[in-house]
Design a protein around this ligand. Structure first.
Ligand code: GAL
Length: 732
């Protein structure tokens, strides 16, 4: 039987520092740094003793992800090489181990190797350097299970089928005769069906048929099943279990269909980067990001721009019902033949790693925003179709009239804002698909990026700019919902991210997120959140900092209130309240248009102007005439309360937890222009990621702590004027 042991501990980095994986070769400042500091070679070394029990068995080190150009040596002999930074690879120890101590050396190179994607041109993101995902030691019998593909054809039919394709690992080419048993279990572990097949070669195909009461995987009910495979041959036993779901996806000219039901796609792009640590954030941070996208932003889709992301992230997407459009590494640039061959391999590696995730509904097989390249993209499409006939391919472009070799035409439509640059067209949120494709017929089509660099917005930008940021996200979503030829829209992007000097605001940050780098929402986040049904959560978010002199000329009108309430009331000071319904006229297609309050509803004499007394306000949301939410604003905000909230009150060993810090006024609103420092002090088995004195930005900041053992942890956050707040966590 197999044993899989975590191999993250006890690495010597650069010959001097003992580190634990996942690890970033260079911890970066929050902003204004030189990204070239990590663009060089680094070495990791780990000493271990071979266990006598491994003798006669197959011992392999599995790397989940290393950036980049990795060379692995065992006792000085090269045992594996892998250039790509986003997919797993193995280094086989079998027959090479010494008695006593062994030395495993991992050479990486963070320089942007122009021979492999995504490098060779400019890229608007950082790739960092390091063994940034987990490493495992896997010991199996000489014949073991290598990979399994599970397909569920025809799930809409009465009797369901599971098709299984198992690949065996048999590095020493020993005789294979044996048997493979497949057991299907539901989420409670109850056996539902089983089958057996004799083993004669390295591939075994079998199926489970006539399955009766199977529940489908859907965004609202992400039901998962497990397939347990048990192998028995003369040369060994092995067992694996793999989660999957029964679901049917289709993209056609009418849109996207999940289990035969049309679903409008609403998503955002995600980079897998975090402040300071870059890519090197483990399981809990990956899980948390998926939850933020689904439960806070209420999205039904995420695009893994622009590379395969952590399987922890994808596993969580499976569990919570968040659809995924997964991408290969690349950004605008296409290299030479060898580079292209590597990209085709990237397609294969991505699909072979991830083909059992029910959340993944589409493979990206085109270098993001690259030019057409007939030969190359024939190959990437063919590779995907050969490996997986159950999912469509897509190719993200930003050029029009581009050759469609994929199943879905996916377009980054950055038209909104072009009119300001002197374009000769009126404000157009999205172009009709035929104007983009240049085709005379309708094709499966979706928008995979919009806004982003057209309107970078900081959480501490002027209210008017933030309101315009909101409006642009509203307009595009409304347009996507209103165009039957568009299956959905994925905006740029979920979170602000660190980038190269050639992009962003000069400080190495692209402020393109609807959330900042700490995953704290900007107003635009509520454009997405407010599209959920109030039965899931009532959203009421007035897009205002509530001040007389914040906007040009002054005042807070027109006031956008992002909400799924059916009526909203504004009370300014002690004036009579005004009730306003959602703006269906300007946003007719949104599930939940915002309420927009302006001078039609509130007269100048009621709200006053420059030179008038500024007063408090109350905004109330109603559903069916009942009060369901209230937002209060003070006319005289002061730093009153320090809010310190950890995502969870516990943290697993060596894992991280995010803590959000907000400076609030008397009414509980963030103080947007308070840039004071806060100090963070930890006690107990935990380490802070990043500095211990940080500025509050836009009323909030955050940090991640990493547990270093087990026991109670106290995190104390202090602000000079308010004092300190201590929260208790448990590392378990
Ligand atoms: C796109 C690109 C993204 C990001 C975005 C900014 O062109 O695909 O990676 O750079 O622009 O808006």
């Amino acid at each position: 039987m197999r044993t899989v042991t975590n191999f993250n501990d006890g690495w010597l980095f650069e010959g001097r520092e003992e580190v634990r994986l996942p690890h970033s070769a260079v911890e970066l400042p929050f902003s204004y740094f030189d990204e070239r500091v990590y663009q060089r070679p680094f070495t990791y070394e780990k000493r271990f003793t071979a266990d006598a029990a491994w003798r006669g068995r197959d011992a392999v080190i599995v790397f989940d992800g290393v950036i980049a150009n990795t060379r692995v040596e065992l006792n000085g002999e090269v045992i594996a090489e892998h250039k790509d930074g986003y997919t797993p690879f193995e280094a086989r120890l079998t027959d090479r181990l010494s008695d006593g101590e062994n030395v495993l050396t991992v050479h990486i190179d963070g320089s942007e190797n122009p021979e492999i994607p995504p490098f060779g041109g400019m890229i608007d993101y950082l790739t960092y350097a390091g063994i940034y995902r987990d490493v495992w030691l896997r010991v199996t019998d000489p014949v073991s299970l290598a990979n399994v593909k599970i397909e569920t054809p025809d799930v809409l039919a009465g009797n369901k089928i599971v098709r299984i394709m198992a690949e065996l690992s048999n590095p020493n080419r020993v005789p294979l005769d044996g048997e493979l048993t497949a057991v299907l279990k539901d989420a409670t572990g109850t056996e539902i069906a089983r089958t057996r097949s004799s083993v004669t070669g390295e591939k075994v195909e079998m199926s489970l048929e006539g399955l009766g009461s199977i529940r489908l995987w859907d965004v609202d009910s992400p039901v998962l099943y497990t397939l347990v495979l048990a192998l028995e041959t003369a040369n060994g036993k092995d067992a694996t279990s793999t989660r999957f779901g029964f679901r049917d996806v289709a993209f056609n000219t009418e849109g996207f269909w999940l289990n035969g039901r049309k679903l409008q796609l609403r998503g955002l792009n995600r980079h897998q980067s975090f402040p300071y640590a870059g890519y090197a954030m483990g399981r809990s941070a990956q899980i948390r990001d998926a939850e933020i996208l689904k439960h806070e932003l209420k999205l039904n889709m995420v695009r893994t721009s622009h590379y395969p992301q952590s399987t922890y992230f994808l596993d969580r997407c499976d569990e919570i019902g968040l659809l995924v459009f997964e991408e290969i590494p690349g950004w605008q640039h296409i290299g030479g033949q060898a580079w292209q061959a590597e990209s085709v391999e990237n397609v294969r590696r991505m699909i072979r790693r991830d083909w059992n995730h029910p959340s993944i509904v589409m493979w990206g097989v085109r270098i993001n925003e690259s030019a057409d390249n007939h030969e190359f993209y024939l190959k990437t499409n063919a590779a995907a179709r050969e490996l997986d006939i159950t999912r469509p391919t897509a190719g993200v472009r930003c050029i029009t009239d581009s050759e469609l070799l994929e199943d879905v035409y996916t377009m980054n439509d950055f038209m909104l804002g072009h009119e300001e640059l002197g374009g000769n067209r009126p404000r157009t949120p999205l172009r009709p698909q035929r104007e983009v494709t240049g085709l005379d017929h309708r094709v499966p089509y979706m928008v995979t990026e919009f806004n982003g660099h057209m309107y970078p917005t900081k959480s501490y930008d002027q209210e008017q700019r933030q309101a315009e940021h909101v409006r642009r996200h509203l307009e595009v979503l409304n347009a996507a919902y209103g165009d039957p030829e568009i299956a959905g829209a994925i905006g740029w992007c979920a979170f602000d991210y660190n980038t190269h000097k050639d992009f962003g605001s000069g400080d190495r940050i692209c402020y393109h997120g609807v959330m900042d780098m700490f995953r704290e929402p900007k107003f635009a986040a509520y454009v997405y959140a407010s599209q959920c049904e109030p039965s899931e959560e009532v959203i009421l978010k007035p897009v205002t900092l509530w001040a007389r002199g914040e906007r040009n000329i002054g005042g807070v009108l027109p006031l956008i209130i992002l909400t799924n309430c059916d009526e909203v009331e504004l009370q300014y000071g002690d004036n009579p309240p005004k009730r306003v319904v959602p703006d269906r006229e300007n946003y007719p297609h949104l599930p939940h248009p915002p309420v927009v309050i302006d001078h039609r509803h509130v007269s100048q004499s009621e709200i006053g102007s420059w030179g008038w007394l500024w007063q408090h306000g109350t905004i109330t949301g109603f559903l069916d005439g009942k009060t369901v939410a209230t937002a209060r604003f003070t006319a005289d905000p002061k730093p009153t309360r320090l809010e310190v909230i950890a995502d969870t009150s516990w943290v697993e060993r060596h894992e991280t937890v995010r803590v959000v810090v907000r400076v609030l006024d008397q009414a509980g609103n963030k103080l947007p222009y308070l840039f004071d420092p806060v100090t963070i002090a930890l006690e107990g088995p935990a380490k802070l990621i990043g500095p211990d004195v940080v500025p509050v930005l836009g009323g909030s900041t955050g940090f991640w702590l990493r547990s270093t053992g087990a026991g109670p942890i106290q995190a104390r956050v202090s602000h000079a004027r308010i004092g300190s707040v201590t929260i208790d966590l448990t590392a378990r």
